[in-house]
Design a protein around this ligand. Structure first.
Ligand SMILES: [Zn+2]
Length: 271
């Protein structure tokens, strides 16, 4: 083959290769209100601080579109709560949970059915995050193996064995291009994880689950007494901080109501 014919054959490959280190992006990120909580005592999350002070918290789900695939991050408090205007009380946590709208309906406003969701990834297995996992019986669950195998206090599994699941051991690049990356951030629970999302306009965002519950706890590196491992929580916070530095990113804290109130909510989105 002549040199020119070699070049012709090579050009399609050369132009399809990304430049080294060029960022890839998810297309859209939606913030969906997936519950609201009223707690009677903030100090559950901040030992010795704000004792007896009531607190309103947000409970968000986040929906990400990437090349026509949909990933849902966290599923919020169970949709059944939306049928109870007075809410339900979690006695152990001292929180009353309410839900304005079912997740199914929130997805409907975006033009989606639950069967359109390919991946459901959860930050951890507390009820305000996994309440609607079974609305998506065919979606692949992305969960750390340490969380998957962590039994409930009564010994039962946290997830239905028949639900398709990918059990992870550490960080995981969901679409293989660096745009949506699960970060292993244990401490709040054994297999807690966070999500780095790279967007073209909004930039890098880390959805930190319950690695910190509020901005104040984040800046003070305060660890709730309910966390399974205090030292691991602090290591995970530093890991998130390093990721934010590296990507010049923003930290989005699921339960921080003032921050959530300042954000665009579905059906509006970030891109
Ligand atoms: Zn939570």
């Amino acid at each position: 083959m002549s040199v020119s014919r070699w070049l012709v054959a090579l050009v399609p490959f050369l132009v399809s290769l990304p430049a080294t280190g060029a960022p890839h992006f998810a297309d859209r990120l939606y913030v969906i209100q997936c519950g609201e909580g009223h707690a009677s005592d903030q100090s559950r999350w901040s030992p010795g601080i704000n004792v007896g002070k009531p607190l309103d918290i947000s409970d968000n789900c986040y929906l990400i579109r990437h090349d026509g695939d949909w990933l849902l991050w966290d599923t919020g408090i169970a949709d059944a709560v939306a049928e109870r205007p007075e809410g339900i009380k979690n006695e152990a946590a001292g929180i009353v949970w309410k839900r304005k709208e079912k997740l199914k309906d929130s997805l409907g406003h975006i033009g989606l059915r639950p069967s359109d969701i390919r991946y459901v990834a959860i930050s951890h297995s507390h009820p305000d995050h996994i309440g609607n996992v079974e609305l998506f019986p065919d979606a692949t669950l992305l969960v750390q193996s340490a969380e998957y195998s962590w039994p409930q206090p009564d010994g039962k599994p946290r997830f239905l064995p028949e639900h398709p699941a990918m059990q992870l051991d550490g960080d995981f690049d969901v679409f293989g291009d660096g745009s949506v990356v699960i970060l292993s951030t244990p401490g709040h629970t054994p297999g807690h994880q966070s999500l780095l999302v790279q967007l073209h306009v909004a930039g890098a965002i880390v959805l930190s689950g319950d690695a910190a519950h509020f901005l104040d706890n984040w800046t003070s590196r305060r660890v709730p007494s309910i966390n399974v491992d205090e030292a691991e929580t602090l290591v995970s916070m530093e890991k998130i901080a390093r990721s934010l530095e590296r990507h010049h990113g923003q930290l989005w804290i699921n339960h921080d109501k003032p921050q959530s109130d300042s954000q665009r909510h579905a059906p509006e989105f970030y891109e």
